[in-house]
Ligand binder design. Structure first.
Ligand SMILES: NC(=O)c1ccc[n+]([C@@H]2O[C@H](COP(=O)([O-])OP(=O)(O)OC[C@H]3O[C@@H](n4cnc5c(N)ncnc54)[C@H](O)[C@@H]3O)[C@@H](O)[C@H]2O)c1
Ligand SMILES: [Zn+2]
Length: 368
């Protein structure tokens, strides 16, 4: 078992612990109750996670109140679910002295975290992530929220977890495409922050694909340290936190253009290949690095080219409307080398002109 401590931002003094282990889920509630002896516990999960048996394991025979979001997944990540949760808590006479435990992937974590942020002006949330995305990414960093009918995470708040418990064993019941595409965020962390981590992934890729618990624990430690430290330094995304957006600018556009047929990690995989191509065009990248990234992604069964049926004009239009676009053109996070992000002055998100991006998009349509 490994324990990591992450400081919360200055405006909110303190820190939270992340506990990483295997087969630890059945002892999590007892630990939460010990950390919050006077508080009432309330679990939020979803139907697929419950069906996979994880709610039962978490409960470990206790009768802690729970709310099961149904259906599971992004369709339920909206304000109606949050209202329903809050009203359920009131119906069950839960008040400010409650603690929410979020058991599930990023959708459960985002919904439960947001519900915790606004219930009676805020109560603690403990994150218990069960997907490769949530264990590497969404459970750490304090971003919570739900979608409106028009955009993702339109309602949201920064609400730091009181603690995070990662049991890598839970990943074994994930669908293979969810499991593998979620690992793309781990490859991203290695590329932006730690060349040794990248070597670790390459060396252990077969064991990783086979859901080897020892490797998964080590990956979780790398991920939590990398994401945790970045968020510690820049909690509100002024500059450094933007490095986490590596591969995401093209990735988000491709994901939207596919009407979410591509999973987030699959779209980010294409975006990271695009970033490596841009680096070559700008004289800061190498063919060798591009090939290395493509090879890892292929071994994880991830796409490295844009599907031919997604129109290029649509992707360019989406890039112009990127959330972080300035004068209708986004900035991009690029690498100087494996484990190090390229900077223009002190900026981590840099200018790449449209001609270069269009040339790269053309390359991304060519079959490998
Ligand atoms: N807050 C953040 O910083 C942040 C970061 C990245 C992503 N996100 C958000 O996370 C969401 C995506 O999260 P996700 O990829 O974890 O998807 P998810 O939570 O929707 O999970 C995918 C599917 O797998 C099921 N599932 C979860 N764990 C399982 C398990 N162990 N066994 C079997 N089935 C399981 C879920 O019920 C769901 O049907 C998006 O809404 C995204 O916006 C947030
Ligand atoms: Zn992502």
């Amino acid at each position: 078992m490994t324990q990591i401590t992450i400081k919360t931002p200055q405006m909110k003094k303190g820190s939270y612990k992340i506990e990483i282990g295997a087969n630890t889920l059945n002892s999590v509630l007892a630990k939460i109750q010990a950390d919050f002896p006077q508080k009432k516990l309330y679990i939020i999960t979803d139907s697929a996670v419950a069906k996979a048996g994880h709610l039962k394991t978490l409960l470990a025979g206790t009768d802690v109140l729970s709310y099961v979001i149904d259906p599971s997944g992004e369709v339920s990540k909206n304000i109606n679910t949050v209202i329903s949760i809050i009203e359920d808590m009131e119906t069950r006479s839960l008040g400010r002295d409650s603690v929410i435990t979020a058991l599930g992937g990023g959708t459960v974590g985002d919904i439960a975290g947001f519900a915790a942020a606004i219930f009676k002006r805020g109560i603690p949330v403990v994150q218990v992530p069960t997907t490769t995305v949530s264990q590497a990414d969404s459970a750490i960093g304090g971003k919570t929220g739900v979608d409106s009918s028009m955009s993702k995470n339109a309602f949201g708040a920064f609400w730091y977890p009181a603690a995070v418990f990662i049991d890598v064993t839970t990943l074994m019941t994930l669908q293979e495409n969810e499991y593998l595409s979620g690992l793309v965020e781990s490859v991203k962390h290695a590329l932006i922050a730690d060349a040794k981590y990248l070597e670790f992934i390459e060396k252990n890729i077969d064991r990783l694909k086979a859901c080897d618990l020892e490797i998964l624990e080590q990956i979780a430690v790398y991920n939590c340290n990398i994401k945790g430290r970045i968020v510690e330094d820049d909690p509100t995304e002024k500059n450094l936190r933007r490095v986490l957006n590596y591969g995401h600018t093209i990735g988000h556009a491709v994901e939207s253009a596919s009407y979410f047929r591509l999973l987030h990690g699959q779209a980010v995989a294409i975006g990271m290949v695009g970033a490596a191509m841009m680096e070559i065009e700008m004289g800061i990248g190498t063919q060798e690095r591009l090939k290395r990234i493509e090879s890892i992604l292929k071994k994880l069964s991830q796409p490295t080219r844009i599907p031919a049926d997604l129109p290029k004009e649509k992707i360019i239009d989406l890039l112009r409307r990127d959330k972080k676009a300035v004068n209708k053109w986004p900035k991009f996070v690029l690498l100087e080398k494996e484990g190090k992000v390229y900077k223009q002055g002190d900026q981590f998100a840099v200018d790449v002109n449209q001609t270069v991006v269009e040339k790269v998009l053309d390359q991304l349509y060519k079959p490998v």
